[in-house]
Design a protein around this ligand. Structure first.
Ligand code: NAP
Length: 452
């Protein structure tokens, strides 16, 4: 059986691992990615200073070395009109089954006036830039960061924490990481002294996790500041904090911060709750964020109080979640921005599409930690193997035809060997400055490095 996995992030690699880790049905798996390098958000989402989380790459790397697994990078799957190299129809002709694990790469919007002003960006784009994603807008951030003095981060999830921490850290605190040198050089020119993190609800409703949250209070050159009134919980939130340990711990961290006396560090991270942005104001660039105080409704939602304050900010990062996008020829739930499925079997109008499966963020939405994808991928692979056993997989028209097709179309495929060469080149680049590795951000340079 030949299976194509589209997307080489954790869910894709875990799916491949689950397929080749059983011996009932011999399987060959191709993990296809539009980028020349594997591992998706492990490489381009996990903050570079989260070194231990990034080390999951070692586990994922081992899967690529397993017999029966190939990496086919720099191969874009989708619509030819959008410049894709191969279509879903091509994959379905070449493989017995296709597992879609291409994640949720787009940002969500706030839908407030001024959001489109220069200086207002999506966290997805900022994160992509500081992780060295080949498609990141380097010029934009090299212009915005050195000329900014105040930042607002909207949202209180783990991505917001990452963004605030990267803005609050000194370059000395980031220098050991894999960040490309141009990112470190740009961050070194930052004059941002104040970073406001805005949660539209209270500390008990925040989406972040305690370990990640705590790090914000441990920065060398940045005080973390919480207004005492923001740490006071309503009755429902007190109950929430008492009944859920994670929420209780988050609330404890916030309460401790609210009692801190600022040490007079040169930077400040202000964490505001019950605060929602209602407008970004500016001229040629965003200059301020109009923030309305909220209160919690009995259902735990945020409603405006009419009390307004304006925060001076020339760099605004909306960190309000990721969003999945549709793939040509594949059913899509545009309300939830996921591919509809039952136990990982893709469904069109409630009926399974034979041979097409889904796992990861594009299956369940952008939630959970990296490990969540393992269980998720195993569920999908279990469905696929069961379908294989019961003869429900369609017969491909040109089994094994993918190599010929890619060659015919002149696609510069990066194989596992090519990725190993990139890996070595990144380690060698890092070693020139005493680091474990430095991310090569440029697509042409990655393709060159892949050739060894
Ligand atoms: P998230 O956890 O879903 O958080 C989104 C935040 O945006 C929430 O606080 C949400 O508040 C807020 N929000 C949504 N719409 C808003 C609006 N219109 N106005 C104001 N606020 C709004 O998303 P994420 O931070 O992007 O993280 C995605 C996933 O990756 C999560 O599972 C996260 O844990 C994971 N992750 C983990 C790490 C790590 O280090 N472990 C790092 C990064 C990401 P409401 O609750 O009020 O909607």
């Amino acid at each position: 059986m030949r299976v194509a996995v589209v997307g080489s992030g954790p869910s894709g690699v875990y799916a491949a691992d689950a397929l080749v880790s059983q011996d009932e049905i011999p399987v060959e798996v191709d993990i296809i990615d539009r980028l020349p390098v594997p591992f998706g958000l492990v490489r381009y989402g996990v903050a570079p200073d989260h070194v231990s989380i990034r080390s999951v790459r070692d586990t994922l790397n081992k899967v690529l070395d397993k017999p029966g697994v190939r990496f086919l990078g720099n191969v874009n799957v989708g619509s030819p009109d959008a410049g894709a190299d191969v279509t879903m129809a091509d994959l379905r002709a070449c493989y017995d089954a296709v597992i879609l694990t291409y994640g949720a790469s787009r940002d969500r919007q706030l839908g407030i006036p001024g959001e489109e002003l220069d200086g207002s960006v999506a966290a997805t784009d900022f994160v992509a830039w500081y992780c060295g994603h080949p498609d990141a807008d380097r010029e934009l951030f090299e212009r915005l960061i050195p000329s900014a003095t105040g930042a607002v981060v909207v949202g209180v999830g783990n991505v917001a924490v990452d963004v605030a921490r990267v803005l609050g850290k000194t370059v000395g605190e980031l220098e050991h990481t894999e960040m490309p040198q141009h990112v470190l050089d740009t961050l070194a020119q930052s004059h941002i002294t104040d970073v406001y993190v805005l949660g539209r609800r209270g500390p008990a409703q925040a989406a972040w996790t305690t370990k990640e949250l705590k790090e914000l209070g441990e920065l060398l050159e940045a005080d973390v500041i919480v207004r005492p009134e923001d740490a006071v919980l309503d009755d429902a939130s007190v109950e929430l904090a008492a009944s859920d340990r994670k929420i209780g711990r988050n609330v404890d961290v916030v309460k401790e911060w609210a009692q801190r006396v600022p040490e007079g560090k040169p930077r400040r991270i202000h964490v505001w709750f019950l605060s929602r942005p209602i407008e970004l104001k500016g001229d040629d660039r965003v200059r301020s964020v109009v923030v309305e105080r909220t209160r919690l409704t009995p259902e735990g939602r945020a409603e405006g109080t009419g009390e307004i304050v304006e925060i001076a900010a020339d760099f605004v990062v909306r960190s309000v979640g990721y969003r999945g996008t549709a793939m040509d020829e594949v059913p899509f739930d545009s309300g939830r921005n996921v591919i509809p499925h039952a136990d990982g079997r893709v469904e069109r109008d409630g009926v399974p599409v034979p041979g097409v499966y889904v796992a990861g963020w594009i299956k369940r939405g952008p939630t959970g930690i990296i490990g969540t994808n393992k269980k998720d991928a195993v569920e999908t692979v279990t469905s696929l193997l069961s379908d294989a056993r019961t003869g429900l997989l369609p017969t491909p028209a040109t089994p094994g035809g993918i190599d010929g097709l890619l060659a015919e179309r002149g696609i510069d495929v990066v194989t596992t060997a090519g990725w190993r060469s990139i890996n070595a080149a990144e380690q060698a680049l890092g070693a020139t400055r005493g680091r474990d590795r430095t991310t090569i951000h440029d697509r042409a340079a990655l393709l060159l490095a892949a050739r060894g």
